[in-house]
Design a protein around this ligand. Structure first.
Ligand code: SF4
Length: 619
């Protein structure tokens, strides 16, 4: 059986050169695919100190060995690059069909280099890849852009594109496909900096599997397991549109820029309340969950607003930070962010930052273009989203992200900048879910909930063991979650599908049959790959100058007690961060400065990294 490693498409926009490369067999065995291919290539090819928005940064679009097959919930794709928001490794995951379409062409990776002289887009088919003039779509929103490309290249075309936010280099601009986004870390700004508006793929279905017969059997087995799984059925019914019922009830729904853990009258935002606005469902390629719940507003100020979403993170982003209970406004805001191509989490958080500074008098009406940023008022939030996407007025400052905006405002504004390494926090309060919080502090890309989701804290999941969500002793759990999430993003599995009962036992066998590499069927080997990926990402960041100093939660979590209103956890604070880091680094096999040790790197087969880690000192 021949090993199937996937192919790489390299496009240099400066020289207009397009080429195809095989992926080395050692990469497939050691890194499997997806996010691990992303960090492997980026580590190899990106010189330290590269300007994220400069011509020398590279933009990688990746899918995995399982994409485009009949297997369910595994056709995700992602963007990897160096983030303009954090200066660290960036990975941003997305759904819809684009990952499958990329795989149909035989490619698993596109590496985009250089910068086009004028706006262009790529059109990829089985015949090859062309660099085409994008002046007709530059300035259009993501919906209009995709409609234009479908009109010009046919309905069998799937696109990843940027909107005005990416063109305007908003530091948290997203890459959008259909109505899904690769939202985090500002990957859309990197795409905009290259004058690249879109990548359109026109393709016919085709599978690339080393052992199609074995794979077919495994995929059938997967379908029967998933169909009977309760977690799947619940996700199919609700998506994540009811997660706020849980997070509010246990006091970890961040409100008023992470000062409260529960929203007043949060029942008004319940999953059932959102259900009343539901008008449809959308899913990703070959996933029966169809968890993208479509919402439409029929009357009032936001009549006509229509969005695939908001899902949990976006529900929070447009309610909690400004303490608004308007479902209608959250739907309108979500639609607007998708159209402009903005990450909803960083957008909502940046707006929450502005509201707090307005309350404290650090931003005045004259600074906010006349907007009155008063809690509960959602009209200014909609105005701010438009301004951020177009970098107009106050939007130009907020488009830089909270870390840079706070530094530019000064006068103590830093306390309101709720980020890790420059990436704004998602919708889980660290003081009430401390393993989740410490994942934010130590994740390679900054504060990402997907990098090591602490289901133990949030849902009481007792795997690998139950946790006390207020304890700061759970370094082993944070590592377990991070390494587990890592290897699943080689496939690329959807984070939700990983919880539907098929992964232990079956997923590895599927990866082995897809690649033709037997060792991938071994679960312990997969865990090792997860650890290898995480360490390589850490080494990338260390090479960029990161160490222990940046592994910190925002000052607010370390100095201000949480207020939870009626929920448990009142007065909680993060008070043992140093002890946690000591233990976490020890378990990771890193120095107390947070640098992977020689022994650890050798044990993981990352010898090529050693030369970059030597000479890194203890703090
Ligand atoms: S569970 Fe939802 S997000 Fe995940 S693959 Fe299925 S439809 Fe897409």
């Amino acid at each position: 059986m021949a090993v199937n490693t996937g192919k790489l498409l390299r496009v240099n926009l400066s020289s207009c050169k397009v080429s195809t490369e095989p992926v080395p067999g050692s990469y497939a065995e050691d890194f499997i695919g997806g996010r691990a291919y992303g960090i492997r290539y980026l580590y190899e090819e990106l010189a330290p100190g590269t300007d994220p928005l400069g011509e020398k940064n590279k933009l990688l679009l990746l899918t995995g060995p399982l994409a485009g097959t009949m297997a369910q919930g595994v056709s995700r794709w992602m963007v990897c690059t160096k983030s303009p928001l954090t200066g660290a490794f960036a990975r941003s995951v997305c759904g819809a069909d684009f990952g499958a379409w990329l795989k149909f062409t035989g490619y698993e990776i596109i590496i985009i280099e250089g910068k086009a002289e004028k706006p262009v887009y790529l059109h990829l088919t089985s015949e090859g890849c062309r660099i085409l003039d994008a002046r007709d779509i530059w300035g259009k929103d993501t919906k209009e852009t995709q409609a234009w490309l479908n009109q010009n290249h046919g309905q069998n075309t799937r696109t990843a594109c940027i909107g005005p936010a990416g063109e305007n280099l908003v530091k948290y601009a997203a890459v959008v496909s259909d109505r899904r986004t690769a939202g985090r870390c500002g990957t859309g700004a990197v795409m905009g900096s290259k004058n690249l508006k879109a990548i359109a793929i026109t393709a016919q279905r085709k599978m690339y599997l080393a052992d199609p017969e074995a794979f077919d059997k495994l995929a059938r087995e997967q379908v029967s397991i998933i169909r009977n799984n309760k977690g799947f059925q619940n996700h199919k019914e609700w998506g994540t549109t009811s997660t706020q019922d849980i997070t509010n009830s246990i006091g970890i729904y961040p409100v008023r820029n992470f000062r409260y853990g529960q929203q007043t009258d949060y029942e008004k935002l319940s999953g059932k309340a959102y259900r009343k606005f539901r008008t449809g469902e959308i899913g990703c390629y070959s996933c029966p969950a169809r968890c993208g719940k479509v919402h439409t507003v029929n009357s009032g100020l936001y009549a006509g607003a229509h969005s695939e979403g908001p899902e949990y993170e976006s529900i929070w982003a447009f309610t909690g930070p400004i303490e608004s209970n308007s479902i209608e406004a959250s739907i309108a805001a979500d639609q607007l962010c998708d159209d402009l191509g903005l990450d909803t989490i960083s957008t909502g958080s940046s707006i929450g930052f502005a509201y707090e500074l307005y309350e404290k008098g650090l931003l005045k009406k004259s600074d906010t273009d006349g907007l009155e940023l008063v809690y509960g008022r959602h009209e200014p939030m909609i105005a701010l989203i438009n301004k951020i996407g177009r970098r107009e007025g106050i939007g130009n400052l907020l488009a830089e992200g909270t870390m840079r905006a706070a530094a530019s405002i000064g006068k103590g504004a830093e306390i309101a900048a709720i980020h890790v390494k420059g990436l704004e926090l998602p919708a889980y309060e660290p003081r009430g879910a401390k393993s989740q919080g410490y994942n934010y502090a130590t994740a390679s890309i900054g504060a990402s909930h997907c990098y090591g989701y602490a289901a133990q804290d949030v849902f009481g999941a007792p795997v690998p063991r139950p946790t006390d969500r207020f304890s700061e002793e759970n370094a082993d759990i944070v590592i377990f979650n991070q390494d587990g999430a890592a290897w699943k993003e080689t496939g690329i599995l959807c984070a939700f599908s990983g919880g539907w009962g098929w992964v232990p036992g079956l997923c590895g066998k599927m990866l082995a049959a897809a690649r033709g590499i037997d060792v991938l069927a071994d679960n312990d080997y997969l865990k090792k790959v997860g650890e290898r990926m995480f360490n390589l990402e850490r080494a990338f960041n260390v090479r960029e100058g990161f160490d222990r100093k940046q592994d910190t939660l925002p000052r607010r979590m370390l100095t201000e007690p949480l207020h939870t209103r009626k929920a448990k956890g009142e007065g909680q604070i993060v008070s043992h961060q140093d002890d946690f880091l000591d233990k976490y680094y020890r378990l990771r096999g890193w120095t107390q400065a947070g640098i992977p040790t020689v022994d650890k790197l050798k044990a993981l087969g990352l010898d090529f990294v050693l030369k970059d880690m030597t000479g890194k000192k203890q703090p």
